[in-house]
Ligand binder design. Structure first.
Ligand code: ADP
Ligand code: MG
Length: 917
């Protein structure tokens, strides 16, 4: 017993001594967390350098765009071929992907050797060899008569310009083939394949093994956004934000970046960490001075590093009694598999002893302990360095996403990681220590690098098919210039029908005379009340107008809500509510006793017989109160005031908001003869020559016509451009069949059109993983203000995603891109249609004036016009294009409907007073 104890004690002591000896000797290879954090920071800086336009050319970490923009979403399907070149063996595969909801796939493959004469011969030989192997594989699987898409895993740094095009930058690992560097490897492969007349394959994608690994793991785990290889070589890829990738056009979405981190340190950035052994190993390699980081990590070099260390230690008499064997002097005599075997601690020292004996080294117990520990230090350093660079990538992902904690998955492949007994555990532990705010799942990829090329191809296939479907859905929203001209001509024709006595009764564009004949001349003054009804808000205003040199307009207003049950209740209730609001306002302003003149902005189609009489033709937008259509709204207001019997008002004018807008702008710019609203509704008014207005007596001067163009198309004349979504929106509205043009162009409906398209795309499985959420079913949920937000250029995709999330729509990055595209198509069409209509109006004005060239100002109001990021620009461009002889100035109206009503009232009052005198 005692003897055994003593022996154990003796052994422990002996072990400790050996370990201490090696630790001291390899002190420089044992990296503390502080050093690793420093490496992590250096790598972060390298990534930024590689991504920058001006710094990329001198960066060692090349950060190569892969043109892979999407991860698998599980809906991929089909039969794909892949070839995998770049690892220790060459491989051909057939991958079947099933869209069965279970993310299942089937893989069959065959390995082929990569003989030295092939991987260090000529390019033609290499690609012929690849093609021959593929042919052999296809024959063995009876696939040679099928036309299959092929993905090519090519695990060397390539400068890609497309998914299926990439020029080799430099060979790495044990490859050194002549005449390939700088040329497109996909076309070389295609050329080699074309020599075999009996096979027909289509090379669709080329990927790096890191990308392949990420894609393969991404098929099983949607959180996977990093691919890592720790094998013959080492490298990593991850999904970077497009807006950070200077070298690729576009800012939308993400793209996988192949970091090529193996070259980290090639500029000396790691020289302080490299040992004499690293330098010696580098000098003896195929590519001295290159891939310095890789040479400290990957399996191709680990054994050699161990050999160099053992050799030096032996020479110094620290091992094997100072006796060097020929084997120990031979390059690459120790391989990764030896290192792995020696580090199997559970098996004690037997493996180590066996391996050293095979190298003719006659190891003692002490030697075995020491050598085992050398292996551990070398492979642990590999895991440490790998962890530091990975931690940099994870930090970058976390910062890109602007989250405090990152939840992500890293897909891993590679022989060292897979076969080394301790490597994974060490790597995971160090990563978690270096980036405690990242919850990382490490997912071992099953033949990731090889299968990945097929997955990329499958995704590319799916995306191409989806793109076709999305394009088909959005195609009817793309209007050609000819179509827009047609719209303009039709609008022009409808304008004429509305003005002509015989046709006006049945005209859809009603061309309502407003009895506003004069514009303000600056002599107006006094206090006026104004009401503004017809949009989102109901407002009461007090407007003070001063004339003369101190010409100014002062306004006080109060906004009142009109509850839905009142908007859609009885007429009496509606007008009683309005009068109640006026009473509140007068009380609030302390002017209840004054009998002020009032202008009533009432933004619905009214047939007027004078400026203070207006018969409602029909409700539009969100209103539907009973017993109003066909009634005079001024009478209804007067009666409600009488019913209340509390105050009296002098109702001077009833005004459309377009007219108010025109007047407000006309107050500043006398050339303003058109008023446009692009808000809840869409409408235009303009000054028409009296002689053209057949239904109003008199031929002198001009009168403002409220076109009510929202009803354009109600006779079916633009049905050719209405989509099924427009029809759905119409059917779900309060006034089905009416206001068809308005429903394609105004704020109340654009969001709803978008919602209908999103539902359809989801039904087709192109969005939201095919799941129509409860919220997407809710009418009105998608407000037009969301179009403005989503389409804003300054908004990153992540923010789009957040907006959609607020709406209860759980979107991926790709979903967000599609939603943005849909919004863009809908709002652009709206602006173009509106522009085509306006072009008809300005052309008409030009002809009225009989001039070659017209200069005119349009007063505009409406939140859609004012706040949408592109609407106004597209509208203006369209007018310019369709009415080239008109020089149109757009003038934003400051609160047109309120101020305008007061101005019209003032003008009417002035004219009335003149009349009385
Ligand atoms: P109204 O036309 O009702 O008098 P507005 O001109 O303010 O009033 O228009 C309101 C309409 O504008 C709303 O119905 C909504 O559809 C739309 N809208 C609101 N916010 C935005 C926005 N940020 N971008 C585009 N449209 C908007
Ligand atoms: Mg308005």
């Amino acid at each position: 017993m005692f003897a055994v104890h003593l022996l154990a004690f003796h052994f422990t002591k002996l072990k400790e001594d050996q370990i201490k000896k090696v630790d001291r000797y390899l002190y420089h290879m044992r990296l503390s967390d502080d050093v690793l954090l420093d490496v992590m920071e250096r790598f972060q800086a390298e990534m930024v350098k590689g991504l920058g336009r001006d710094t990329n050319s001198t960066a060692t970490v090349k950060m190569l765009p892969s043109f892979v923009r999407s991860l698998p979403d599980g809906s991929e399907k089909g039969d794909f071929l892949a070839v995998d070149l770049g690892g220790s063996q060459f491989r051909a595969l057939e991958v079947k992907v099933f869209n069965d909801g279970k993310q299942s796939s089937q893989l069959e493959s065959k390995f082929y050797p990569t003989p030295k004469e092939v991987i260090q011969g000529s390019g033609t030989e290499l690609f012929n060899y690849v093609a021959d192997c593929l042919l052999d594989f296809m024959e063995s699987k009876n696939l040679q008569h099928k036309k299959l898409p092929l993905g090519f895993t090519f695990s060397f740094p390539c400068k890609q310009t497309k998914l299926e095009e990439g020029a080799l930058l430099a060979w790495t690992k044990h490859f050194k083939v002549r005449g390939v560097q700088g040329t497109d490897v996909v076309s070389s492969l295609r050329k080699a394949l074309q020599k075999h007349k009996d096979i027909d394959v289509d090379v669709l994608a080329m990927v790096n093994d890191t990308v392949g690994t990420m894609m393969t793991c991404g098929y099983d785990d949607p959180h996977c956004e990093v691919g890592l290889i720790i094998g013959t070589g080492t490298n990593a890829c991850y999904m970077e934000e497009m807006r950070h990738i200077d070298l690729v056009e576009g800012d939308e979405g993400r793209m996988c970046i192949n970091t090529e981190w193996g070259a980290f340190g090639d500029d000396g950035a790691l020289d302080d960490l490299r040992t004499e052994f690293d330098r010696e190993l580098d000098l003896g390699s195929l590519n001295p001075g290159k891939q310095l980081f890789e040479k400290m990590i990957s399996s191709l070099y680990l054994g050699e590093l161990v050999r160099l260390i053992l050799l030096k230690m032996t020479k110094e008499g620290l091992l094997f009694n100072g006796k060097v064997s020929t084997a120990l002097l031979t390059k690459d005599k120790i391989e990764m598999k030896h290192v792995c075997a020696m580090e199997k601690y559970k098996e004690g020292l037997s493996n180590t002893k066996e391996i050293l004996t095979e190298l003719n080294l006659f190891p003692s117990e002490e030697d075995c302990i020491a050598v085992q520990h050398v292996c551990t230090i070398v492979s642990f350093r590999s895991a440490n360095l790998c962890a530091a660079a990975l931690a940099a990538i994870l930090t970058r992902l976390r910062e890109n996403k602007k989250v405090l904690r990152l939840r992500t998955t890293v897909g891993i492949d590679g022989g060292l990681y897979k076969t080394h007994p301790q490597y994974p555990k060490r790597l995971h532990k160090v990563v978690r220590r270096l980036v405690p705010n990242c919850d990382v799942r490490f997912l071992l990829s099953q033949s990731g690098s090889a299968k990945g090329a097929a997955m990329v191809t499958a995704v590319a296939y799916r995306l191409a098919a989806q793109r076709k479907q999305i394009d088909a859905v959005l195609a009817p929203f793309l209007l050609s210039l000819d179509t827009l001209r047609e719209v303009k001509d039709k609008m022009r024709a409808e304008l004429e029908y509305g003005l002509k006595r015989e046709t006006q009764a049945s005209a859809t564009v009603k061309m309502l005379p407003t009895y506003v004949c004069g514009t303000p001349d600056g002599t107006e003054s006094g206090k006026f009340l104004a009401l503004d009804l017809g949009g989102t808000n109901f407002r009461v205003l007090l407007v003070k107008i001063r004339s003369g040199r101190r010409r100014s307009v002062q306004m006080y207003n109060k906004i009142f809500a009109i509850p839905l049950e009142i908007m859609q209740g009885t007429g009496e209730e509606l007008f009683d509510h309005i009068v109640q609001c006026i009473a509140d306002f007068l009380e609030y302003m302390g002017i209840k006793g004054a009998r002020l003149p009032l202008g009533f902005t009432f933004s619905f189609p009214c047939r007027q017989a004078s400026i203070d009489k207006g018969t409602l033709v029909g409700w539009t937008k969100g209103f539907k109160a009973t017993d109003c259509e066909g009634e005079d709204v001024v009478d209804m207001l007067r009666e409600a005031i009488r019913r209340r019997n509390e105050f009296d008002l002098d109702i001077v004018a009833v005004v459309n908001d377009t007219v108010g807008t025109m007047m407000t702008c006309g107050y500043e710019d006398p050339n303003c003869e058109i008023g446009l609203i692009a808000g809840t509704g869409s409408n235009v008014c303009y000054m028409e020559d009296m002689k053209n207005i057949e239904i109003v007596e008199g031929n002198e001067g001009k009168m403002c016509i409220n076109t009510e163009w929202g009803g354009f198309g109600d006779n079916g004349c633009i049905d050719n451009i209405r989509t099924k979504y427009d029809k759905q929106v119409d059917e779900g509205s309060l006034n089905a069949g009416k206001q068809r043009y308005e429903k394609m162009t105004s704020g109340m409906y654009l969001g709803e059109i978008v919602r209908q398209i999103l539902i359809d795309l989801t039904k087709q499985g192109l969005l939201f993983r095919g799941q129509i959420s409860e919220s997407l079913r809710k009418r009105g949920i998608f407000e037009t203000k969301f179009l403005s937000q989503i389409e804003s250029d300054r908004l990153a995709l992540l923010q789009v995603r957040r907006i959609l999330q607020q709406l209860g729509l759980d979107s991926t990055c790709e979903d967000s891109i599609i939603v943005k595209e849909v919004c863009g198509a809908v709002s652009r069409r709206a602006a173009q249609l509106c522009g085509a209509g306006l072009a008809a109006i300005v052309e008409k004005k030009r002809e009225n004036r009989g001039v070659e060239h017209l200069q005119i100002t349009v007063g505009v109001d409406g939140t859609l016009y004012k706040l949408h990021p592109h609407f106004s620009r597209v509208l203006q461009e369209t007018v310019r294009e369709l009415a080239p002889q008109c020089d149109v100035t757009f003038m934003l109206s400051e609160d047109g409907s309120g101020k305008g009503a007061a101005l019209i009232t003032a003008v009417a009052k002035r004219l009335h007073n003149i009349g009385r005198k």
